[in-house]
Design a protein around this ligand. Structure first.
Ligand SMILES: *Cc1c(COP(=O)(O)O)cnc(C)c1O
Length: 708
């Protein structure tokens, strides 16, 4: 199948290749190139160049090929792409271990790379996507394995009474940066996975991310039974039974895909427990080569690395044994004689009787385990201490590698330029080096404030435009136009709150005392407004009720149209919000937020964090780089904690945040505010970057695993 119907002008013939390598998405030059090609199409496709190239006409392309400036930008982007795919020099080459032709296999159930490939639900996917992008930048020989969900994750709309509606839309493969994976002998890669008493076939898609490739399994093949074709249709769409089958395909099928592609991993990284059946397939392979169960397990353990991402029990997949029996029936091979020993690896009782727990399996089979912040490290060691009964909590072998975000992806173009002007053109390459930041203080407040104002303007222009589209094109009822932010004030202090709706994240905390909040929002001359966004998991009714109540608050005249709910949160919306709000709110129930990353994205754009000291903020807060919500009540007493935390939040807003934002000097610059903005950037950018994070993974987990 040809993706692009018209041939490209020969002078720019590789433009389609550029548009279908996600690498373009974090290159300012490539982004400029596509904007210049057709700004209206760039906007109307939500920055999807593959789709743009399919819809714009031949004349537009020819005009571009005749435009000297365009061609210059094109040449620069193409040589950048070639250099990224085959780097002469890289951090890995100078600092990484020697792996020869071996690779690091990175398994994840979701990857958030770009909004044009909606195979992610939230933070876990964003982390996996950012991990891959950073691996490309550092030259790490990483190969990702995941799922191609033909219907992706849902699009969110909200009814007039605030109830979330989920719309699934088939991904048009030609609009997404994916292509059929081809094996070394030139055939489309198709893998057979034993599932229960049958065999399911999985087609394999390839995604290029610069130096990194991703292979995505897809069971939607004609040869499969209808119910098997549905297996990979949606991310987190099914019941327990669908879930375990998806996990068999990902784990067992994933290993087979790597073999079929001729790849030999030196390290197997399981990002969360979803892919832990990798362990089964690998033990089986070793046993079939003649090893004993213990030796096979030992071999697997040496090269397996596992990352756990949440202390919330529902985040750890556990299956009753009868489901495991049923769906693994065809997977055993020579491992069958040791079935009881294998099943014991997953045994765990988290309070509902013994089940087969994917986290327990991954922990027992990994030689390196990590949690995603310092605090989450403590919590995880406590939570799983029972698996190491002879060790004190502190000696439970779970390290902490705090999450980070991929700076080139999340930084706004004008912030990037401002920093380039003051810290040097290549500041992003040196982002995690303290020396890079020595000249940061020389940036004048007024310049940084101008950048902030531009980003705020861009957010409000986009919000108004989207409200207008919902109104004129989708014909939503007037209340939806109000909730979509039509009454927001472009000059008011704007609080952003956007993330998956979940009970433990307490999305309604700020409404705890409605009178006090109303006074704050409607203060004469110093108004405050809140922009919410986020999806609730389709099966999570409590979360949908939170969303509904937030939506109803947005419609309450008491708050004067100063509360908005922006629907269909995705990477695109996330970019606009983390760049354009003034302050980023995060108020989970401690210690349930393992890390959180949206606050890191905000901070690097000069949007300070206003947060409970949970997750990354427990180690990120310095006293003057944002604000710490500290109610001080016993977290186990929910009512007391909510009262105290809400009070602390209002006090911070009234006493510190609002005055700092509105007290302006003669030039109109809020000096006290800018001190916090600066500290937020200076302290968080180097530390909470994936550059720092991935180097830690390499040094503390990958290199030891490769050497074992
Ligand atoms: C960053 C991000 C998240 C994660 O947000 P948290 O604050 O860590 O929960 C979720 N969804 C999207 C689209 C994101 O960009």
């Amino acid at each position: 199948m040809e993706r692009f119907a018209i041939p490209f002008p020969s002078r720019i013939h590789r433009i389609g290749e550029l548009a279908t390598d996600v690498w373009w998405s974090w290159q300012p030059g490539a982004r400029q190139l596509f904007r210049r090609l057709d700004l209206a199409a760039w906007r109307s496709t939500a920055h999807n160049p593959a789709r743009m190239l399919r819809t714009i006409g031949a004349e537009t392309l020819q005009r571009a090929a005749d435009d000297a400036e365009f061609v210059r930008m094109y040449d620069a982007a193409i040589s950048g792409l070639d250099a990224a795919r085959h780097p002469d020099q890289s951090w890995w080459k100078s600092e990484g271990p020697e792996l020869g032709t071996k690779v690091i296999a990175y398994f994840s159930a979701e990857f958030a790379l770009h909004q044009s490939l909606p195979i992610y639900a939230g933070g876990l996917g964003v982390l996996a996507g950012d991990h891959c992008k950073e691996a490309s930048d550092l030259g790490v020989p990483l190969v990702g394995i995941g799922f191609m969900y033909p219907q992706g994750y849902f699009h969110q709309r909200v009814s007039t009474d605030g109830w979330q509606q989920e719309h699934y839309e088939r991904i048009n493969w030609a609009d997404a940066p994916i292509e059929t994976a081809i094996t070394p002998d030139g055939k489309p890669c198709i893998t057979a996975v034993p599932l229960g008493d049958r065999t399911v076939l999985a087609a394999v898609w390839r995604v290029r991310v610069g130096h990194v490739r991703l292979y995505l399994l897809d069971t939607d093949l004609e040869e499969n039974a209808p119910w098997d074709r549905e297996l990979s249709a949606r991310l987190y769409g099914g019941d327990r039974e669908t879930r375990i089958q998806q996990e068999v395909i990902l784990g067992i099928g994933g290993v087979r895909v790597l073999r079929a592609m001729g790849l030999e991993p030196a390290v197997w990284h399981l990002n969360e427990g979803h892919a832990a059946f990798v362990v089964l397939q690998r033990i089986r392979e070793h046993i079939e080569q003649g090893l004993s169960f213990d030796d096979a397990l030992d071999m697997v353990r040496r090269s397996t690395v596992f990352t756990t991402h949440t202390p919330v029990p529902a985040g750890h997949d556990a299956f009753p044994y009868h489901l495991v029996e049923k769906h693994l029936a065809g997977c055993w091979g020579d491992l069958g004689q040791h079935r009881a020993r294998f099943l014991a690896l997953g045994e765990h009782d988290s309070g509902h009787g013994s089940m087969f727990n994917m986290t327990a399996l991954a922990m027992r089979a990994a030689g390196g385990i990590n949690a995603v912040s310092e605090l989450h490290g403590h919590v995880t060691r406590e939570m799983w201490q029972g698996m190491w009964p002879d060790r004190p909590v502190d000696a439970v072998p779970v390290q902490a590698i705090t999450n980070g975000v991929h700076v080139p992806t999340w930084v706004a173009a004008n912030v990037r330029e401002l920093l380039a002007a003051h810290l040097g053109e290549d500041w992003i390459r040196r982002v995690d080096d303290p020396a890079t930041w020595q000249r940061f203080d020389a940036i004048p407040d007024a310049e940084l404030w101008r950048v902030r104002l531009t980003l705020r303007d861009a957010l409000f222009a986009w919000i108004r435009e989207r409200a207008r589209q919902r109104w004129t094109i989708e014909r939503v009822a007037p209340p939806r136009v109000v909730t979509h932010g039509a009454m927001l004030d472009p000059d008011a202090l704007t609080i952003g709150y956007a993330r998956r709706f979940a009970q433990y994240k307490r999305p309604e905390l700020i409404f705890h005392d409605v009178e006090r909040l109303a006074r704050l929002l409607n203060a004469p001359g110093r108004p405050v407004q809140i922009v919410f966004a986020g999806k609730a998991h389709p099966a999570d009714d409590p979360a949908k009720h939170h969303l509904q109540r937030v939506f109803r608050r947005a419609l309450d005249p008491l708050f004067g149209g100063r509360v908005a709910f922006i629907d269909d949160y995705d990477l695109h919306v996330a970019h606009l919000l983390v760049q354009g709000c003034d302050v980023w709110l995060n108020n989970p129930r401690k210690p349930l937020e393992a890390s959180g990353t949206s606050g890191m994205k905000a901070a690097l754009n000069g949007v300070p964090h206003l947060s409970i000291g949970d997750g990354w903020w427990a180690e990120g807060y310095t006293g003057d780089n944002g604000w710490l919500i500290e109610g001080g009540a016993d977290a186990n007493n929910h009512e007391a904690a909510d009262n105290a935390d809400a009070d602390a939040l209002y006090t911070l807003l009234e006493r510190d945040v609002v005055p700092a934002f509105y007290d302006r000097d003669q030039a109109g610059v809020p000096a006290a505010w800018m001190r916090v903005v600066r500290e937020a950037m200076r302290t968080n950018l180097p530390r909470f970057s994936t550059a720092r994070m991935l180097k830690e993974y390499v040094r503390r987990l990958y290199a030891p695993a490769a050497g074992r």
